[in-house]
Design a protein around this ligand. Sequence first.
Ligand SMILES: [Zn+2]
Length: 154
Amino acid sequence: MTTVEELYDLYPDVLYPGDLKDVPTGWLGIVDCYFAVVGPLMADTGYEVVTARECAGGLDWTWTSPLSSMTEERHQTMDEQDVLLELRSYHTCRVCGGRGFGWAAGRKILTTCEEHGVGERIVDQKQLARRTLHGVVRYDAAADELIVVDPEDV
Ligand SMILES: [Zn+2]
C-alpha cells in the first residue's frame, strides 16, 4: 500500500511533510491518483494543502494557491480532480484501500470494506452529486469517472 513517505517523495512541489498526517492509510492510494494529475499541473504555483482529514465518511480536502497562478486550464482540471478525490473517498476503504461503503457505528460514519466494517452498513446510500464547472456530476465507481447528470434528477 502507498505510504505517506512515498507521497512526500513523489510530490515535493505540492506536498509538505505533515500535510497528510490526518489522512487514513487506506485513502493514500486515491491521494496518489489525485497528485499524479495535480502534482505536475500545480508545481511552481504555490499550491498548498489546507485541510486533509476524514469527515463523516469522506475526505475533507481543501487547498490554496495564489489566484494569479490559476489559469483557465488549471481551474477546470482542479475543479474536476477535487470532486473526484472527494467522491472516490466515499467508495474506498479507509483501512485497506479496497472497495468501500458507508457504515454507521454509533454517531460515527466510516467508509470501509466488508472486512473492516464496524457497526451497521448503510444501505440505500443516496448517490452523491456535486456541482462542478462541467455541470452536476456523480461518481461512477466501476469506471472511476465523473458522470454528468441531469440536475433535475438529483
Ligand atoms: Zn478494508
